[in-house]
Design a protein around this ligand. Structure first.
Ligand SMILES: *Cc1c(COP(=O)(O)O)cnc(C)c1O
Length: 370
């Protein structure tokens, strides 16, 4: 890919991604379900999934059936679990494409079974239990009865059972232990009644790293696979690195006299004659419209000034005398000795790194390196 062709773009190092996958596999001692929902957290669904498949991954997890079908159409053969809701009307597609679905509601089971009956194969289903997160899942107290309903459904293959933690990124809080206890109780009851599906799982990245007893048969890693830590209390294993960089170029330089307004709404006025640059990235690409953003130019941090626009924003470059139009600008990633991480940006934006990388717009070209 000729990068001079683009105003702004993402660079995704698939070698780093593959290495992150292997490190997670090794340090947890558990197979890794690569979570590739939301366009692989902005990194590119197909390329990321192909990379982990080549590295030996047996499972990937998505949020929607549309994502699963994109993967099948791209030739991905490994197991795919839709972690979220699937409309019953799409169950036949799931069966035909060998996509596993999540079930958590008795009425949903009936609707799915009716649809699956219209095909000649069984539907692979995994039961999601709410052990305390208060979001999706059959409540723990009703789980065993529900599992029987699922298991007795001849249109289904009861393939797995899982739960999800609310606070695994805060290892000092007792909630994860409590959720784990509830999950284990259900598992013991299942075993007593002779039921043991192939796949028992509970851990997201944070739990996989902070709570070894939550690892079970497979860990579901998203964020850590992309090289980011779910929280400051969660320590990534040695060698895990961010796979994504975001770059643009300096597209204009000029001197503005003192007292000159900059960008929409004049949220910034020059204090004296100032050297002002324009870069080709804006909120249409995923840069939040917020005062206080920073980018890298010639290995130095430079401030974004004035409001971020849809396709551009303005930087103050008085302290970069050798800046030239065409210079590479880094919004996320390394330049010289400096680095801006999605985690740093998330702090500034009062959000989490997940939202920063999921916000990388589809319109940006993605350049894959190894
Ligand atoms: C998104 C998701 C994950 C991955 O979470 P990370 O914190 O990114 O590792 C795991 N499990 C479920 C059910 C999810 O929805």
């Amino acid at each position: 890919m000729e990068l001079d062709n683009f105003a702004t773009w993402l660079e995704i190092d698939l070698g780093v991604l593959e290495s992150n996958y292997r490190i997670l596999h090794k340090t947890t001692g558990t197979p890794v379900m690569s979570v590739v929902k939301a366009n692989a957290y902005g990194h590119g669904l197909e390329e990321v999934t192909k990379t982990v498949e080549k590295a030996g991954a047996q499972w990937c997890g998505v949020a929607r059936i549309e994502e699963a079908l994109l993967l099948r159409n791209a030739g991905i053969r490994m197991n795919i679990l839709v972690l979220g809701y699937t409309p019953p009307q799409r169950v036949q597609e799931a069966v035909q494409n060998k996509i596993s679905l999540t079930v958590y509601d008795p009425l949903m089971v009936q609707a799915y079974a009716q649809q699956a009956a219209l095909t000649s194969q069984v539907l692979d289903v995994q039961v999601k239990v709410d052990t305390g997160m208060g979001r999706l899942g059959i409540p723990s107290e009703k789980a065993l009865e529900f599992i029987h309903q699922v298991k007795d459904q001849q249109e289904f293959h009861f393939q797995g059972i899982f739960t999800h933690f609310a606070c695994a990124d805060e290892p000092e809080k007792p909630y994860t232990e409590q959720q784990l206890e509830k999950f284990n109780k259900i598992l013991r009851q299942m075993y007593t009644q002779g039921m043991r599906p192939e796949l028992i799982h509970s851990a997201n990245s944070a739990a996989a790293l902070n709570f070894p007893p939550a690892r079970f048969d497979i860990v579901r890693c998203g964020l850590a696979l992309y090289g980011l830590s779910p929280s400051s209390e969660t320590h990534l294993p040695e060698g895990i690195k961010p796979a994504l960089s975001w770059k643009t170029r300096l597209i204009s330089i000029k001197q503005l006299p003192g007292g000159h307004g900059v960008s929409y709404g004049f949220k910034y006025f020059t204090k004296k004659t100032e050297k002002i640059g324009v870069i080709a990235a804006g909120y249409g690409d995923g840069l939040r419209r917020q005062i206080g953003n920073t980018v890298l130019l010639r290995g130095k941090r430079v401030p974004v000034v004035g409001n971020v626009c849809m396709d551009q924003c303005v930087i103050q470059i008085d302290h970069i005398p050798d800046a030239q139009v065409g210079d590479e600008i880094v919004l996320i990633g390394k330049q010289g000795k400096e680095e801006i991480t999605a985690t740093e940006i998330a702090k500034k934006w009062n959000t989490i790194s997940y939202e920063v990388i999921c916000g990388m717009a589809a319109r940006m070209p993605r350049d894959y390196t190894h």
